[in-house]
Design a protein around this ligand. Structure first.
Ligand code: GLC
Length: 553
């Protein structure tokens, strides 16, 4: 039901779509995507039912880490457009009823940022304490390293001033000194700037590193709470979505625990990793366990669920043996793996192009308790390009047509930001234009399931429980109840057909079952049992119709 509360906490029932302007659509023909191109395609996203666009970094940057190395927080990378183009995009998105969040990368800057240039110039300049400098680096653990392929430590010696600076990521990304109140004021100022330009919130990069302080008198979570208060004062319905890949026990605190006064949403990295393990085993137990282990959240807090993000598909929270199982199933070649902990592939190639299984996975994602976050190109089943190094293999240009460069850009292929995918998942086989014409395409399927997901707020808002499937481990059945509504999603992870029996516990309160995805006739309930015949890799979402209730279509 739409009430003041549900529309204020808009992120609880959103469908988020992550994209990089640089790889979405090149309008001016220079080989890079730009804001004008994106603005031209806002209707495509609106038509698909996306309700919130997450923009990866678009700021000026030497581009040594795909824009996550920022050299100016108050401008656009001139190759992507001007602030005027940004505002034109924001206006168009708002006109189509969409929210926009942007990446907030303030754990570190680029070493080309004027703050760092000043900071490293002398020990006594005004910006010295914007970064973390020491005479002698503390002992480091291998586990501290985020990029073990490129760095052998998180401290780098700087000859000029004879001290070492901290960088959790690459050495060209020095960490800001969050213990310095002036740095915290600067962060508030830049957050305020983008809010003033109309953004609805932020995807906050690398949060555990960001709030790590060298100052024992400063509680890291106070930093997050203060940032939350600040953005809420500036704009009451703004939202922060955190990148916090930690076990549930620690993660809960990043929401602000029961108070819910830190990050509004956090990605569920644990569930994502357990989902791949479940797919590899064709057994839903790892998902069931993760869902049951999730801590309870405050009403305004929300999980963000995803199948793929822009980084390596990290499997770092699985045991060595479990990770190996997923590697063997979905990325056995060393070239498909990264940092010993993740995969640099997209889903369809991992599933060997099995369309039924691809749909199973996204049918599972959308109703998982939380807010689904899609990565551009998932809606058409794009694959990766393993010729492109590292994490960038999954960040190839969006494939629009079967023409040159997949219709992404009119520039000669040698001038593109990065090469398009080729072969079985290249634009000749996978592109938006062809899928728009085909009513059975993945794209048109996505449009239908997203519409249904948005019409079913129980999945985003409700109290959710994993249901008993009479000992059939391959099947996941979960139910979400919210206000008068009760919905159940059932997914068969095995290739074998199933006769599924799901015990409801309160089945007597309902008299019919309405299929939410197919146009099947409503079915009667068998006492307390929800029974259904399912194909191999089959799925169903159903609404339980209350005996006394109104018929909700
Ligand atoms: C996060 C981003 C990643 C980036 C890193 C450093 O992990 O998701 O893409 O490289 O932070 O900013």
């Amino acid at each position: 039901m739409t009430t003041a509360r549900t529309s204020d906490l808009w992120w609880k029932n959103a469908v988020v779509y992550c994209l990089d302007v640089e790889t979405f659509l090149d309008w001016d023909g220079d080989g890079r995507g730009d804001f004008q191109g994106l603005t031209e395609r806002v209707d495509y996203l609106a038509g698909m039912g996306v309700s919130c666009i997450w923009l990866m970094p678009f700021y000026p940057s030497p581009d040594k880490n795909d824009g996550y190395d920022i050299s100016d927080y108050y401008a656009l990378n001139p190759r992507l457009g001007s602030l005027g183009d940004f505002v034109a995009f924001m206006r168009t998105a708002r006109d189509r009823g969409m929210r926009v969040i942007v990446d907030l990368v303030v754990n570190h800057t680029s070493d080309q940022h004027p703050w760092f240039r000043a900071s490293r110039s002398s020990r006594d300049n005004a910006f010295r304490d914007f970064y973390v400098w020491v005479d002698k680096p503390p002992r480091q653990k291998k586990a501290d390293l985020v990029f073990p392929d490129a760095e052998d430590g998180i401290w780098t010696y700087d000859e000029k001033t004879d001290q070492w600076y901290l960088h959790h990521f690459y050495s060209h990304q020095p960490d800001l000194n969050i213990s310095n109140p002036v740095v915290r004021d600067e962060i508030a100022k830049l957050v305020g700037f983008w809010l003033e330009l109309g953004v609805d919130g932020f995807r906050v990069d690398a949060v555990p590193f960001l709030i790590e302080t060298g100052d024992v008198s400063l509680d890291p979570h106070t930093i997050l709470r203060n940032l939350r208060s600040f953005i809420s004062r500036r704009r009451g319905d703004s939202m922060m979505l955190g990148e916090v890949n930690l076990p549930y026990g620690e993660l809960r605190q990043f929401f602000g625990g029961a108070g819910g006064d830190e990050l509004h949403m956090n990605f569920d990295f644990i569930l994502m990793q357990r989902m791949y393990l479940a797919l590899a085993r064709q057994d839903a137990t790892p998902i069931r366990e993760a869902l049951s282990a999730r801590p309870a959240l405050a009403e305004g807090s929300q999980w963000a669920v995803f199948v793929r993000n822009h980084d390596e598909l990290t499997l770092d929270k699985l045991s060595d043996g479990e990770r190996q199982e997923v590697f063997e199933a979905f990325g056995p070649e060393p070239s498909m793996q990264l940092f010993g902990r993740g995969l640099r592939r997209r889903l369809p190639p991992m599933l060997d192009g099995d369309g039924a299984r691809v749909r199973l996975v996204y049918s599972l994602l959308l109703p998982l308790p939380g807010t689904p976050v899609l990565f551009y190109g998932e809606e058409i089943g794009m694959g990766e390009n393993l010729d492109v190094p590292g994490r960038l293999s999954v960040r190839t240009p969006m494939q629009r047509t079967d023409e040159r460069n997949g219709g992404f850009s009119p520039a000669p292929p040698s001038r593109l930001t990065r090469p398009v995918a080729h072969g079985r998942y290249g634009p000749l086989a996978v592109n938006v234009a062809a899928q728009r014409r085909d009513p059975d395409s993945l794209l048109n399927w996505f449009e239908r399931v997203i519409r249904r997901r948005r019409e079913t707020p129980e999945f985003g808002w409700g109290a959710c429980a994993v249901l008993d499937t009479a000992g059939d481990d391959a099947v996941l059945a979960h139910r979400c109840d919210w206000e008068e509504g009760a919905v159940v999603a059932v997914h068969n992870l095995s290739p074998e057909p199933r006769h599924v029996r799901v015990r409801l516990g309160d089945g007597k309160a309902f008299d019919r079952v309405i299929d939410l995805l197919a146009s099947a006739e409503p079915q009667p309930l068998n006492g307390d049992m929800l029974e259904m015949k399912m194909d191999g890799h089959g799925f169903q979402w159903v609404r339980l119709q209350r005996k006394e209730g109104r018929t909700v279509p």
